[in-house]
Design a binder for this molecule. Structure first.
Ligand code: DHB
Length: 307
């Protein structure tokens, strides 16, 4: 049986629904010796900002028994170097690249996006990080306020025809309301979730385990939050949703698809095994064969909810 794993977001078709998440796979080329990245549905780059950033001082990643906490502080080479060094490499990478963009004002985001647009580079679209928990004292103003989300999306929409994805924060009261605002602003798709606020403290020293005290929690413990968020968003809006949070196996992918995701991103699991997403893609083909699923799209949103 041939299985069709392809999915679409906006006008873009992806060979399969399993992507790698921003901040967990570098610029997409660091793991080339370990992984055939061309097998991935897409690569979402780490966040690119207007200026290069060193990020936060160490320690900036810590493991806890219930997930990883990080506070990298958007370390990256900045948009100019990104265009010079990375964009040419993406011509031959063999899969779609989605550039994740972060900023501190609408102008910042717009600056990065406009530079990328005029570079003529081979990226299929943009994922907008409105939800970094670790900069500017964690205000996250674009991700917690529907009006700011709508205005930012609108500004970016007017500057590109490419795939525009807003990545939403779970640290809000009603993620459906923020999703609706992003769609009103013109987003083609939404990804959810970014990290949850997290903190851990060493009792011996009474010091927090990462330098900014609070960071972003990720890993399998946040998966139920991610699945519930995807479910809520897909009820609230009519654009594709990309599910993120705690994916480590094909079963997790199926859960996200049933909840309403059209695609997923593997994140924290990449730190343990850079090839995990490619293995999940193989497992997804096998799962579909074994369960007589000819087209992966048939699973999207097919959860049998209680009334
Ligand atoms: C960082 C950014 C994020 O969007 C996130 O969820 C966690 C950490 C960072 O760069 O610190």
């Amino acid at each position: 049986m041939t299985v069709d794993l392809s999915v679409s977001l906006g006008d873009v078709s992806f060979k399969n629904p399993v992507f790698v998440a921003s901040g967990t796979f570098g610029y997409g080329t660091e793991s080339n010796d370990l992984v055939d990245v061309s097998q991935l549905g897409a690569i979402v780059t780490k966040s690119i900002t207007k200026h290069p950033r060193e990020g936060n001082p160490p320690p900036r990643i810590v493991e806890t028994p219930s997930g990883m906490i990080n506070s990298i502080g958007l370390a990256n080479i900045g948009v100019d170097k990104y265009i010079e060094k990375m964009i040419p490499v993406y011509e031959k990478i063999g899969t779609h690249v989605i550039t994740n963009i972060a900023g501190f004002s609408i102008d910042d985001y717009l600056h990065v996006l406009e530079k990328l647009e005029s570079s003529g580079g081979n990226v299929c679209g943009y994922e907008i990080n409105v939800s970094c928990p670790n900069v500017d004292t964690g205000r996250m103003e674009f991700s917690v306020d529907p009006k700011s989300t709508r205005e930012l999306t609108k500004a970016l929409r007017s500057a590109t025809k490419k795939l525009l994805i807003l990545k939403l924060s779970p640290n809000v009261t009603d993620i459906g309301e923020i999703a609706a605002a992003a769609v009103e602003g013109g987003a083609d798709a939404l990804s959810a979730i970014n990290t949850l606020f997290g903190m851990s403290i060493d009792p011996a020293t009474r010091r927090p385990n990462i330098n900014t005290n609070i960071g972003g929690l990720s890993g399998p413990s946040i998966r139920p939050v991610g699945i519930a968020s995807v479910y809520k968003i897909s009820k609230a809006v009519d654009v594709p949703v990309i599910g993120i949070g705690g994916i480590t196996s094909v079963k997790d992918v199926i859960e996200y698809l049933l909840a309403g995701a059209s695609a997923v991103q593997v994140g924290t699991a990449n730190f343990r095994d850079a090839a995990i997403a490619t293995r999940i893609i193989n497992d997804l083909g096998t799962y579909c064969e074994e369960n007589d699923i000819a087209t992966i799209c048939d699973l999207i949103g097919k959860v049998e909810s209680y009334d």
